[in-house]
Ligand binder design. Structure first.
Ligand code: SAM
Length: 236
């Protein structure tokens, strides 16, 4: 799997996940967010065509590239892009009000090193991102689906980690954070069994990461936080 390219180039068709990792909710958008989606979309978004995206052309440079999946309102991306103008950041999100929020902030701050994709990460990774094209992937506070009968909806599953392995460059990194202990255990179990990733030593420490909206909400409810970092193997 790690040596493959995109599905289209392998002559295979897209395999939708039988069950999504997100609830289908449109959410309420403010008038400003609606307007941002209409007017700022062409400037900051990437629409999925057929075949792999040319990220160097999209960002108009060669740079380290970080992908955030499920960025919510985009505050973590904003903080990181502001602090590291030499890096390029991609965000994938299904929640349109969150995208609208981020677009407004991008325009206000004039940041040029973020691009946004609206869609299911499962599909975007399979169809659009070349292999391997990312230096790092971060997934902060993915939907926890706490009920046992819903665990199958959790984003971090072996098949999803296979996809991440294809997209992250050898030696690149994967950073996950959750405030649900049993999800942290599941993430560790899936990643530790995967030959494409090795755990990084600072697991458990919340370092070098902006605090996110969902993290703050969890803290108010007395949740703990588990930061889990992995390195993409160089020889798998
Ligand atoms: C619990 S929220 C966390 C948001 C943000 N990372 C934070 O910490 O505040 C999870 C986010 O992941 C998004 N999401 C879930 N599954 C997704 C998928 N398959 N592709 C893209 N986004 C997804 C949801 O829409 C939601 O905004």
């Amino acid at each position: 799997m790690a040596n493959s390219i995109t599905l289209e180039e392998r002559g295979e068709s897209f395999q939708p996940r039988p069950i999504t990792s997100f609830a289908r909710r449109e959410g309420r958008m403010t008038p400003a967010q609606k307007k941002a989606l209409e007017h700022l979309w062409p400037r900051y978004s990437i629409d999925l065509g057929t075949g792999p995206l040319n990220l160097a052309a999209i960002f108009n440079r060669q740079a380290e590239r970080i992908l955030e999946i499920g960025f919510g309102n985009g505050e973590s991306l904003l903080q990181q892009a502001r602090a590291a103008p030499e890096r390029d950041f991609l965000g994938i999100e299904v929640y349109r009000p969150g995208i609208g929020h981020l677009l407004l902030r991008l325009k206000a701050e004039g940041l040029e090193n973020i691009r946004v994709i609206h869609g299911d990460a499962w599909e975007v990774l399979q169809r659009a991102l070349p292999n391997p094209s990312l230096d790092g992937v971060q997934i902060f506070f993915p939907d926890p689906w706490p009920k046992k009968r819903h665990h199958k909806r959790r984003l971090i599953q072996p098949s999803f980690v296979d996809l991440l392995e294809c997209k992250i460059k050898p030696g690149g990194w994967l950073h996950l954070a959750t405030d649900w202990q049993d999800y942290a255990e599941q993430i560790k179990a899936v990643l530790n069994q995967h030959a494409g990733f090795n755990p990084l030593a600072n697991e458990g420490q919340s370092t070098q990461r902006p605090c996110t909206k969902f993290e703050a909400r969890g803290q108010q409810q007395g949740h703990g936080v588990w930061d889990l970092r992995f390195k993409r193997s160089v020889d798998s």
